[in-house]
Design a protein around this ligand. Structure first.
Ligand code: WTA
Length: 665
């Protein structure tokens, strides 16, 4: 971790120059749920004075309980937390059933637009019925409370329906992003011991059809995942599919065979709700575990606070349900609040580059939440495209997934928001369940490039390796000092790794437990957080989180490769791009054919998002005398910088001469 301080110092320099401040629009502030900084500070003070009282009050107020909880938080055995102990509730009930008694029954819950332009509006009443049906279809296949159901889906309403159906009957879902390969899917199915898979014949992705069912077949081939007994297949693209008798069934047939009466299971607050795999700095992807009540409260509250949601809002988050952003802000946060959530199957693509802006105009979208990489891509192609659409319905703009550079922030504000909409830069992670550091639209003055302040109750800080808060404007590690309801509970099947990855890097002398996020940050004199990116071996490519070790393992599994080291290189569009340094087995030539073969190989092992942008063949990699690859050096080489700092531990200095990455290689 210490290796990264040099990198962050340069970034600190550049953001220290940023002095612009934007106050919340007066009209918005006047009507906001959290109106003005006084109101924000009052909530912070309430939470700081009595955290249990604060969370307990909100949990009782915001969620329906089948049985009240007896204790707000059990933190007697940190870092293992238990929230709302003894309570019983159901996330699906909170997202659907409780909205059915009034006018929301007929309100649009999901407004879905398919890539070819087909539209579905599903009301809360209809969604409830469809969820109950699919829940019964799962039950008919012997799936019950505690079982794991994997979803490998395109962005169709059935993805949300399947999630909610799992939550309804207490099955735990594990969504695998539809862009991951069959290999990656197989690993996750085996790790979670999935009993069923929900998929589709295919999905549309940027003018192509992706054959999802075929990938599921490949993942299950040869009895690789014996736990999987059922595969549900949604018809979407019309691709031909092979159905394995006794195992595979069409969604359509499955729901036709059952009725729509399915009571929501009374789940213990701490019953497992979902597993979501994410990349870490070592080894295989980590299965982040979230549980029922705490996650529900956090997705619900953050959505309500951050987007200052009103009854007539049309909210659109452009993420995929395969990522945490899709879980919390396409499905659970919006529905728990009775909001209208837009789900879009497509993406801007050559045949329709204006798709996003057209959608905002067409559906009168009021709140738009996307990733900085999307904004940078549009910025590059100029403002004529967005200017051609009427986006006056917008009132709030959010970003998530990676640091946003001040230029992109300003462009977003001026061009998409017409200078009228607050920019809400939200920092959080798969592990945190929901947003942690963010402006509140009716309260927080914003600065371009800063995620501003922690939400009430969130004890975020920037510290040194011993857990001491660092001085103003000094870089350090981003941590959270107190537990919060939406925190991950463990890593599936690997409590040791959970402890080690998040709770043991930073060890304060007083023995308290700090959650270490893996990010570097700095706080300015106003207490604003400036998140600077990962300080571990995780890279962030277009808002997608990838472990360099995972990509290295994929490369090394190719017969031509002896050794590989992967680093991120700063990229104007994607935030970071993937650069791989590879040494080959004796007798292999590093030619263009091999280069293409290696990129494809990584695509097959993990998925297209992990394909290296550049591969540099080299005779040797820079190592310490103890054989550790010196990534700091490789990062500098990849970025085209002089190798500075201490290289005295480098075993063989001549290795440096053989490394240089040709652009676009
Ligand atoms: C990065 C996505 C700067 C960060 C919700 C974090 C950000 C990782 C921001 C989590 C932001 C996310 N500013 N960096 N606003 N939001 N990150 O688990 O490095 O896919 O640790 O969750 O994304 O990625 P994940």
């Amino acid at each position: 971790m210490a290796e990264t301080t040099a990198m962050t110092a340069a970034k600190i320099e550049s953001i220290l120059q940023e002095n612009r401040l934007f106050e919340p629009p007066l009209e918005l502030a006047a009507k906001a749920r959290i109106s003005g900084m006084e109101a924000y500070r009052a909530l912070v003070a309430e939470a700081d004075a009595d955290a249990d009282g604060f969370w307990g009050r909100l949990a009782r107020q915001e969620l329906d309980w089948f049985r009240p909880f007896e204790q707000v938080l059990d933190w007697t055995n940190p870092p293992l937390a238990r929230w709302f102990v003894g309570g019983r509730t159901n996330l699906c009930h909170n997202c659907l059933d409780r909205h059915l008694d009034g006018p929301r029954r007929n309100k649009t819950a999901i407004l879905w637009e398919g890539e070819p332009g087909d539209v579905r509006r599903i009301s809360y009443g209809e969604l409830h019925r469809e969820v109950c049906r699919f829940a019964n279809a799962l039950k008919a296949r012997g799936i019950s409370k505690g079982d794991l159901v994997a979803l490998y889906m395109p962005m169709v309403p059935e993805a949300a329906i399947a999630m909610l159906a799992c939550a309804r009957i207490g099955a735990c879902h594990s969504i695998v992003f539809g862009g991951f390969s069959a290999e990656a899917l197989r690993d996750r199915l085996v790790d979670g011991q999935a009993k069923a898979v929900v998929t589709a014949d295919g999905g549309f992705r940027k003018d192509r059809k992706v054959p999802l069912k075929r990938a599921v077949d490949a993942a299950l081939a040869g009895g690789a995942c014996p736990s999987v007994q059922s595969v549900f297949v949604v018809r979407r693209t019309g691709e031909p599919v092979t159905m394995v008798p006794g195992r595979d069934l069409l969604w359509h047939d499955a729901v036709a065979a059952v009725d729509d009466d399915c009571p929501a299971e009374a789940m213990d607050s701490e019953d497992r709700l979902f597993i979501l795999y994410t990349s870490g700095s070592t080894g295989r992807p980590k299965g982040v575990v979230h549980t029922t009540a705490g996650y529900n409260l956090w997705a619900h509250l953050t959505f309500q606070w951050i987007f200052d949601i009103r009854e007539d809002d049309v909210f659109w988050c452009t993420a995929d349900v395969g990522w945490i952003t899709g879980h919390s802000y396409i499905v659970y946060g919006p529905l728990s609040n009775g909001a209208t959530t837009v789900m879009y199957e497509g993406a801007p693509r050559p045949s329709n580059p204006g798709a996003y802006w057209e959608l905002i105009q067409k559906h009168g979208i009021t709140i738009f939440y996307t990733a900085p990489t999307v904004i940078r891509a549009f910025m590059k192609s100029g403002r004529a495209m967005p200017d051609a659409f009427d986006m006056s319905s917008l009132r709030l703009l959010g970003t998530v997934g990676e640091p946003i550079n001040p230029e992109a922030w300003m462009w977003y504000r001026e061009v998409i928001g017409a200078g009228r909409c607050p920019i809400i830069d939200t920092w959080w992670q798969t592990e945190t369940g929901g947003v942690m550091i963010t402006p509140l639209p009716g309260a927080t003055p914003t600065k371009p490039g800063s995620a501003t302040l922690p939400l009430p109750g969130i004890a975020a800080d920037v510290v040194d390796a011993e857990g001491n808060s660092v001085a103003v404007d000094e870089g350090g590690f981003l941590v959270v000092r107190r537990p919060w309801p939406g925190m991950m509970r463990t890593l599936h099947g690997d409590e040791q790794r959970f402890r080690k990855s998040y709770w043991e890097h930073i060890r304060p002398a007083d023995g308290s437990h700090l959650y270490f996020a893996g990010d570097g940050a700095r706080r300015d004199r106003d207490g604003y957080f400036w998140v600077m990116g990962r300080v571990d071996d995780v890279i962030n490519v277009s808002g997608h989180r990838l472990g360099t070790m995972e990509i290295e393992s994929a490369l090394v599994s190719h017969p031509a490769v002896a050794e590989a080291a992967v680093v991120g290189r700063p990229d104007d569009l994607k935030g970071e791009s993937i650069v791989a340094f590879v040494t080959l087995e004796a007798g292999r030539d590093g030619d263009d054919t091999l280069l293409v073969a290696l990129r494809d190989h990584v695509g097959e092992e993990i998925g297209p998002i992990a394909r290296p942008d550049a591969i540099r063949f080299s005779d040797a990699l820079p190592k310490t005398r103890s054989g550790k690859i010196m990534r700091r050096i490789l990062r500098a080489v990849a970025a085209g910088q002089e190798v500075s700092g201490d290289t005295s531990t480098l075993e063989d200095r001549s290795v440096l001469d053989g490394l240089r990455v040709p652009d676009g290689a």
